[in-house]
Design a protein. Structure first.
Length: 71
């Protein structure tokens, strides 16, 4: 059996605090808190479901974050 890869840890962050923020402010805050990838998406965007450690996703409508999730 092969060893599991050494995956990076996601930052210890309350991702719910991004909801309601302006997209740019949320992206800057996420990067400052250690998220290596920050992705802003429109509502209903079709995305792949692979998990990426260190990635924070935002659903953004009218410039405001309505939902956030990691991976």
């Amino acid at each position: 059996m092969s060893d599991l890869p050494n995956l990076p840890n996601s930052p210890q962050d309350d991702i719910g605090t991004y909801v309601g923020l302006d997209r740019r402010d949320a992206e800057e805050r996420a990067r400052a808190r250690g998220w290596t990838t920050v992705r802003s998406l429109p509502p209903g965007a079709i995305i792949t479901m692979e998990y990426l450690a260190g990635r924070l996703n935002f659903e953004v409508e009218d410039g405001t974050v309505h939902r956030s999730w990691q991976g």
